[in-house]
Design a protein around this ligand. Structure first.
Ligand code: NDP
Ligand code: 2IT
Length: 444
């Protein structure tokens, strides 16, 4: 495999798709040796086939606001790779959404889903619709019109969307309602559903909990634990909430959360009712964290990110490329020795280079945040079986999956000095399963 040639061809083909190109480069650089050691991959054109999505759907989503004004957004679904099972991955509603972002997320999702060991292919979708400041009725109308297009292309055995940024249980409910009306059937076509009509217990917590179980496994490799550790977290959404909760459960102290307006530094720790307030703030649909500072007498740093705060462990949980080289250097200079991605690709390639150079423990999102989609997979199983597992059963399965993903990263990522390159380990473990399936299923 010639990484430089693949990348320069791809840059010419998709100029400006920076996030997609960034994600592809990170993966193919780390699987090069495994690829070259298995000539069957080259013979079957695996690289050329795996970097292209199976199918990209785009469609217009017109909707009417509360004042009667008509808006038009773009809807997407990227059905990326179906070698391991039905396409599976979230929907993101955010004004920044474009094809590059959804291709990067779909590409990552392939390897993440493979790592879970559940039968799921990879996909991603969403829209540039901005839910911020919109009323419930406006969000409902948008979700319904989005599904009016998408419903023909999805199904419990075909493609199973879920939530992501801007899409939680409320939006999934509105989309499910429209799907049900059009398809005239109740199926597990979406995950992240309400517990009252087919959702899985623990799915809301699963991504954040899974991230922290993964960090706990990383700590164990150093015979350490969360007890007494100071943790910086970014974001205050679905993933951040679960992560903050679980760090507290395991005896650590979370001192930061953040929103697009800046970050909170709470030296006393974000725990108990403060976590409930963080969730309530999120529910206001305003996306600002500043009120937390006023309510609890904490510091608010407008327009800044939390990576300047002294901590042992950093867990970025907001969005892609939110932690750059300078942030990485700040973290290390302040004594941070473990960084775990809760979001998808929150660290820039330059930041990751800094972590690797200093040999600190660093885990990529595709391994660490796989607990969300894994629990979506468990929701699919429960829907297919037409029964519900208890919270304990789901958590037990989730913990086992996270422990196994960590073990796979160690197996494929440990070098001769004993240092674990989790990026390499996750990419190789995730890639090989898909590549082998593609070889066995022929060139299609
Ligand atoms: P939420 O919408 O609940 O929270 C996302 C947070 O990040 C919000 O505070 C949001 O504010 C902020 N944010 C989003 N985009 C940007 C941006 N471009 N610049 C600055 N801040 C931004 O989403 P989730 O918690 O679900 O998702 C967070 C991350 O975790 C994402 O990377 C997602 O892909 C990933 N993830 C989510 C999973 C899930 O199950 N939900 C599973 C695995 C990964 P604002 O909207 O105002 O920008
Ligand atoms: O990035 C992700 O893994 C998700 N947004 C969750 C996807 C899912 O299908 O649950």
């Amino acid at each position: 495999m010639n990484v430089e040639k693949i990348m320069s061809d791809l840059e010419k083909k998709y100029p400006g798709e920076v996030e997609y190109l960034q994600a592809v480069k990170e993966v193919i650089e780390t699987i090069e040796d495994v690829y070259n050691a298995n000539p069957v991959y080259e013979a079957n054109g695996i690289i050329e086939r795996i970097i292209e999505p199976d199918r990209v759907l785009t469609f217009k989503v017109p909707w009417t606001d509360d004042q009667g004004k008509v808006h038009v957004n773009i809807g997407y679904r990227v059905q990326y790779n179906g070698a391991l099972g039905p396409y599976k991955g979230g929907l993101r509603f955010h004004p920044s959404v474009n094809l590059s972002i959804l291709k990067f997320l779909g590409f990552e999702q392939n390897f993440k889903n493979s790592l879970t060991s559940l039968p799921m292919g990879g996909g991603k979708g969403g829209s540039d619709f901005n839910p911020k400041g919109r009323s419930d009725r406006e969000i409902m109308r948008f979700c319904q019109n989005y599904m009016l297009e998408l419903w023909r292309f999805i199904g419990p055995e075909t493609d199973v969307p879920a939530g992501d940024i801007g899409v939680g249980a409320k939006e999934i409910g509105y989309m499910y309602g429209m799907y049900k009306k059009l398809a005239q059937e109740h199926t597990g076509v979406l995950t992240g559903k309400s517990l009252k009509w087919g959702g899985s217990l623990m799915r809301p917590q699963a991504t954040g909990f899974g991230v922290i179980y993964f960090v706990d496994e990383m700590l164990k490799t150093k015979n350490d634990s969360f007890k007494g550790k100071t943790v910086c977290i970014s974001g205050f959404g679905q993933v951040a909430w679960g992560a903050v909760t679980k760090v507290n459960d395991l005896g650590g102290k979370v001192v930061t959360i953040s929103g697009p307006d800046g970050y909170i530094y709470d030296k006393d720790g974000i725990s108990g009712e403060k976590i409930d307030y963080m969730v309530a703030l999120r529910g206001t649909n305003q996306d600002i964290v500043e009120p937390y500072a006023k309510k609890y007498g904490a510091e608010f740093h407008a327009g800044k990110r939390p990576w300047e705060v002294k901590c042992d462990i950093a867990v970025p949980c907001a969005t892609q490329n939110e932690l750059n080289k300078e942030d990485a250097e700040n973290l290390i200079n302040n004594g941070c020795w473990l960084v775990c991605e809760g979001a998808n690709m929150p660290c820039t390639p330059e930041a990751i280079e800094v972590f690797m150079k200093h040999k600190i423990l660093f885990a990529p999102g595709k391994a660490a945040n796989a607990g969300g989609v894994a629990t979506s997979g468990l929701e699919m199983s429960q829907n297919a079986l037409k029964l519900s597992w208890s919270a304990e059963e789901v958590i037990e399965k989730l913990e086992t999956i996270m422990v196994n993903i960590h073990a796979a990263c160690v197996q494929y990522g440990k070098d001769e000095t004993g240092y674990v390159n989790y990026v390499k380990g996750a990419n190789i473990a995730g890639f090989m399963k898909i590549a082998d399936a593609m070889v066995e299923q022929g060139v299609i």
